[in-house]
Ligand binder design. Structure first.
Ligand SMILES: [Zn+2]
Ligand SMILES: [Zn+2]
Ligand SMILES: [Zn+2]
Length: 643
């Protein structure tokens, strides 16, 4: 029984998320994304690692898509329509509704760039027909053994984390998520569960974010300054997600500041997306839902469709253009027109995939950008990098890992050096094993197998008695007394042929196997020197002449700070432990070193049963320490009190 994670994409990188998890032999593909920074074979995950013979239908039990971003779904039409996967595919309702818009938008960009068409518009539609839409927290039985369930992930509309279990083995794959709410979406939410493995994104593995409010204001200030100086603002975004969040932000600000500068959306696509957002209001944040009755947050007052003829028109404006990261298409065309002017502003998302124009602009402030070997663009415009992002920060990842406390954590969707730091933190701060496999690597974990057992009445009754522990902070006199139940229940797991496994109380076992209880008694006999005893009870002059009970009482007083023994005639006792003076020279418990008859001292015999093992050795070591400490002072001539 094991869980294997084969990382086909987003291993130590961001882009083409795809993890194949096999739970006790059943395989699930989590996400089927594309890498936006590549146009060659690296664009898609290496599917040949799933099945050499390309028999994907028998190799996979299902595909789960977490959200509509292309780095999570971009390769799906290719995998189903070109590679021939025909099995079940699951995603949430909004993802199913919005994914075709994203896929078609990107397909047009690819074709527009003159690249070979990977899939057609019909392919996208055919692929989506194979998708089963699921609700949040709806348990889906993929087959008779395999169960999956989605949880709200924030991030973008419809994004979900997915739980999968088979028998006792269970895991969660987060996809992208956000642990704090934003303008239009709530924070991720998940139940506490027993997990073998948590696979989490780690885009911001080392970033801790401060107040979002301040960072939003920075963005608004930069945009406002640019347009009031007559400049044009280009906001390259994907059609969905960030576009809506920034739109709410700008539309709101425009209202408050009474600004008349037009805000445009490129093509009709984003307008169509806004329509979907209005319909899918249930998946947005509580705040958006609450104000829905009076005003739908996605009814933008100041936003209009952009017409290509406006590209070189004079005057300020704000334009949302797809795709994000300026990886081609219309946003690249606008970039070519607007980048050379100092008056203009280009905003970039917090994260840009390597290989895109956005990524080039982020790395330092270049004055020129090479688009291809023949085209070079002068960059004189201002660049503003958005410092808020729909991804969780490092604190959010740590909080989620701590909350779920899985046995193992696998980091994906991040950059290697940062992942290494986070991995070390998860190991040292939370004590959880953590891995960050590269693409095409597999990590394996043993999966949990629970044994269901009945319990006998006697055993249950024996476990009902609490064992209170009183903890008091001695340093603080006024500290309240803390009480803890330190009960440990011990039983015996009995497995009889043909019968259900049962936990018994130990007494029951004897009846069950028809035998009597055998007590094992432990004994230890040791000597204390006369000189040490004299220190305790100076009246002892000779071994033969003294009161045994008096000596034992005095010894008991010496020990009373450490252990509580009861005075009995001829012995000190507590529970099964018994200490007495031993006069049997051939005592079988006598330890080897102490058996010499000529020894000037006195022998003490201890007996106890298994239950008092700790206590017995505590008393013996206290007494023997008393002996050796005297021994030490005797060896120091200038410090001899007796003389
Ligand atoms: Zn995403
Ligand atoms: Zn992603
Ligand atoms: Zn003895």
């Amino acid at each position: 029984m094991a869980i294997d994670c084969l990382v086909l994409g987003a291993g130590q990188e961001v882009g083409k998320s795809c993890v194949i998890v096999s739970i006790n032999g059943k395989r699930i593909m989590f996400d089927c994304g594309m890498h936006m920074g590549y146009a060659d074979h690296r664009r898609y995950p290496d599917f040949s690692l799933i099945s050499k013979s390309a028999d994907f239908n028998s190799a996979l039990s299902c595909i789960i898509i977490t959200h509509f971003h292309l780095d999570h779904i971009g390769a799906l039409p290719y995998f189903t329509e070109v590679c021939g996967y025909n099995g079940p595919i699951y995603m949430t309702y909004p993802t199913k509704a919005l994914a075709p818009l994203m896929l078609e938008d990107y397909r047009k960009v690819m074709v527009g760039r003159g690249e070979e068409e990977q899939f057609t518009y019909e392919n996208i539609l055919d692929c989506m027909k194979k998708v089963t839409a699921v609700d949040l927290k709806q348990t889906v039985q993929v087959d008779k053994d395999l169960q999956i369930r989605g949880y709200y992930a924030g991030h973008v509309l419809g994004a979900a984390m997915f739980y999968a279990s088979l028998g006792d083995a269970a895991m969660v794959y987060t996809g992208d998520y956000n642990m704090t709410p934003d303008r239009h979406l709530g924070a991720a939410q998940i139940d506490r569960m027993q997990l073998d493995v948590l696979i989490t994104e780690s885009t911001y593995a080392t970033t801790i974010r401060d107040s979002k409010y301040a960072r939003e204001r920075e963005f608004l200030k930069a945009v406002h300054k640019c347009v009031s100086n007559g400049g044009k603002v280009l906001i390259p975004t994907f059609a969905l997600g960030r576009a809506q969040e920034l739109c709410i932000l700008l539309d709101d600000y425009w209202e408050r500041m009474n600004l008349k500068v037009p805000i445009y959306f490129s093509a009709g696509l984003t307008m169509q997306a806004n329509l979907y957002y209005k319909v899918l209001i249930n998946w947005t944040s509580q705040k958006v839902k609450d104000t829905y009755a009076t005003r739908n947050a996605f009814d933008f007052k100041n936003v209009h469709s952009f017409d290509r003829s406006l590209l070189d028109a004079p005057g300020p404006c704000v334009l949302f253009a797809t795709p994000g990261m300026i990886s081609g298409g219309f946003s690249l065309e606008v970039f070519k027109h607007w980048a050379p002017s100092e008056a203009n502003l280009i905003t970039l998302p917090g994260y840009c995939v390597a290989g895109t124009v956005g990524h080039k602009l982020m790395s330092g402030k270049p004055t020129k950008v090479d688009l291809d070997k023949d085209t070079q663009i002068d960059v004189r415009c201002q660049i503003h990098q958005l410092s808020f992002s729909p991804h969780t920060d490092a604190k959010g990842i740590m909080d989620l890992v701590k909350f779920l406390s899985p046995k193992h954590v696998v980091l994906v969707h991040g950059e290697k050096p940062k992942m290494d730091l986070l991995k070390a933190r998860i190991k040292s701060e939370l004590g959880i094993q953590c891995y960050d496999p590269a693409n095409t690597e597999t990590v394996s974990f043993p999966s949990t197998h629970f044994v269901k057992a009945d319990a006998s009445n006697t055993f249950i009754r024996s476990s009902l008695t609490p064992n209170f522990e009183f903890l008091k902070d001695e340093a603080k006199a006024m500290a309240p007394l803390e009480v803890r139940d330190g009960r440990v229940t011990e039983g015996i797991l009995a497995m009889e042929k043909g019968q259900k496994v049962k936990i018994l109380h130990q007494d029951e076992l004897l009846t069950m196997i028809g035998t009597e209880k055998t007590e094992v008694e432990f004994g230890y006999c040791f000597a204390l020197r006369l000189c040490s005893l004299k220190r305790v009870l100076p009246a002892i002059e000779e071994v033969s002449v003294f009161d045994e009970n008096l000596l034992l009482s005095v010894l008991n007083m010496k020990l009373s700070n450490e252990v509580g023994l009861q005075d009995r005639v001829g012995s000190l006792e507590v529970n099964s432990f018994r200490l007495s003076i031993c006069k049997n020279n051939s005592c079988p418990h006598r330890s080897n070193g102490d058996s010499d008859g000529s020894y000037e001292g006195m022998f003490f015999c201890c007996n106890w049963s298994n239950l008092d093992m700790k206590l017995a050795w505590r008393v013996i070591s206290l007494l023997k320490n008393m002996d050796s400490s005297v021994d030490l002072t005797n060896k120091m001539p200038f410090n001899n009190v007796e003389r």
